[in-house]
Design a protein around this ligand. Structure first.
Ligand code: NAP
Ligand code: MG
Length: 498
């Protein structure tokens, strides 16, 4: 394995973890792929191979689904009282805390993101998600329902039961957080799971599997099969014995998931792409709105589904805001994520680098200008300059399509009553933000925006209790909060004649 050129000393547990090919977690055991194949995961800061990982395909998915089915129907899990599930989830959160530095380094090495953020965002958020869902395990309730049938007395009530075996497919942008967002509610509800992490970033999910084992979850309750989307992912989405598939990723693959799920009509929840509007009104507090708008697009190198990638600014302050966001972008310390001083890391992969650079070229070809940035950063690693594009038109690809990189299109507006139309002029509907000092403007606009989240005078505020998901082609269903739990339950109506 390549040695890691790093300005900080890598945790010895991380170094050990990277030495051996990582196996997959099926039925409580660490096993090789049935095919014997492995694939490489790369360090995006150098382009070098970081670790080898067993490559699961449909055979391994089938083994994992069988293990999950068995654990759902037999063994300690189906009889486990909710308080015990709660205790296991809480214990898992504690183990994440105990291993926080190790997990943060692993996440940064695999994904590229700054260690600073792996430490203060990714790892603590994953622990918080499990803690929050631990609380739900004991609070999943049905209701008693008064019914109106004549002539006889009935007692009717509902039960919320675990949906069964859940297949979960996650992307590479927040690997550990995504795993926690998927596993937490499924396990709280009493489901069993087969999780497929992204090929670019399988490592923290596999380390999490070891912690799941250490926490004491029964064998087969969680199975983790790394592999490729077209093989392992597709097999999981199509599997006839999977009751529900939960997917986060691109809208394009989301459509494939829906098609694959149609075979046995499994339940589907989708958290897909976005092209979120971030609207700065003339009366906004620019000391907040400018850094907030920079954070909205540049956080995680722009590789975030909620990214504020269409920045609408009232024309009276347009130049000032664009200059401010450009200035803020210069303050980033760009470098390998593993350097604790880094605040902007590389993109996740060569492929993502090419995608983002392709969008930059297309924008410039269509007549946009880069107020700042606009290019790949020379040298090894997948680094792109934080970029603000101006002189854009609504029909340009850079305005319409999700770039998933540190690239924002800035667009002036003049009529505050018309801005909602422009904001809603997209087939996505994931997130949005409004910056204004006028309470009335804030809530009027919030009501009109067709998106699952509206932030007012802030951006990228996520919470385990706050439902998150998309309108339109940004997805189906909401993760987090009560709705997040309900995605993993079936409602049963029981009606008794007395
Ligand atoms: P993606 O292809 O949608 O991948 C997401 C997950 O789906 C990965 O685990 C992937 O496996 C799996 N997958 C791929 N094809 C599949 C299939 N046919 N059946 C079942 N599962 C499948 O996303 P990506 O390629 O990583 O990124 C492409 C673009 O998607 C990005 O540029 C961005 O625009 C968008 N994206 C959005 C989000 C979001 O949170 N909304 C997250 C990531 C990416 P592999 O990793 O093995 O391919
Ligand atoms: Mg990697």
């Amino acid at each position: 394995m390549a040695t890691i050129a790093s300005p900080v000393e890598i945790n010895s547990e991380v170094a050990d973890f990277l030495k051996r090919p990582r196996k997959m977690f099926i039925g409580g055991a660490w096993v090789e792929a049935a095919s014997g194949k492995t694939f490489d995961t790369y360090n995006p800061a150098t382009g070098e191979v970081l670790a080898k990982v067993c490559e699961g395909d449909h055979v391994d998915i089938d083994r994992a689904v069988k293990a999950a089915r068995k654990a759902f129907e037999e063994g300690p899990w189906p009889d486990m009282v909710p308080a015990e599930r709660a205790r296991l989830l809480w214990k898992l959160a504690e183990l994440i805390d105990e291993h926080k530095e190790e997990l943060a380094e692993l996440e940064t090495l695999d994904n590229g993101k700054p260690l600073l953020f792996s430490r203060i965002v990714d790892v603590p958020t994953a622990a918080a998600n499990f803690r929050y869902m631990s609380g739900w395990a004991t609070k999943i309730e049905g209701s008693t329902i008064p019914i109106s049938m004549p002539r006889a007395k009935y007692f009717a009530y509902t039960l919320r039961e675990p949906i069964g075996v859940a297949g979960q497919i996650i992307p590479w942008n927040f690997p550990l957080i995504m795993a926690s967002l998927k596993l937490g509610p499924a396990l709280a509800a009493g489901c069993t799971v087969v999780l497929k992490p992204a090929e670019q970033t399988p490592l923290t999910a596999l380390r999490l599997g070891e912690l799941i084992q250490e926490a004491g979850f029964p064998d087969g309750v969680v199975n983790i099969v790394p592999g490729f989307g077209e093989t392992a992912g597709a097999a999981l989405a199509a599997h006839p014995d999977v009751d529900k598939v939960a997917f986060t990723g691109s809208t394009e693959v989301g459509r494939l998931i829906v098609t694959a799920a149609a075979g046995n009509l499994k339940k589907v929840s989708l958290e897909l792409g976005g092209k979120s509007p971030n609207i700065v009104f003339a009366d906004a507090d620019l000391d907040c709105a400018i850094p907030g708008s920079a954070n909205a697009i540049f956080f995680n190198q722009g590789q975030i589904c909620a990214a504020g990638s269409r920045l609408f600014v009232h024309k009276s302050i347009f130049d000032k805001v664009v200059a401010g966001v450009a200035e803020a972008s210069k303050k980033f310390q760009i470098g390998p994520g593993i350097d604790p001083a880094t605040t902007l890391g590389p993109l996740v992969s060569q492929e993502q680098l090419e995608r983002v650079c392709g969008y930059l070229d297309s924008g410039i070809k269509d007549g946009a200008k880069a107020a700042i940035g606009g290019r790949k950063i020379a040298g090894s690693g997948y680094f792109v300059e934080p970029t603000v594009l101006v002189d854009v038109r609504p029909e340009m690809k850079v305005v319409r399509e999700e770039i998933f990189g540190p690239v924002v299109t800035a667009i002036p507006f003049s009529d505050p009553n018309e801005i909602v139309k422009s904001a809603n002029d997209t087939h996505y509907g994931l997130a949005s933000a409004v910056w204004t000092r006028d309470v009335s403007t804030a809530h009027k606009v919030a009501a009109k925006i067709r998106a699952g989240t509206v932030w007012v005078n802030c951006y990228n505020i996520f919470d385990a209790a706050l439902p998150f998901g998309g309108y339109r082609q940004s997805g189906w269903g909401r993760e987090c909060g009560r709705e997040g739990i309900e995605l993993y339950t079936e409602t049963k109506a029981v009606c008794a004649q007395l």
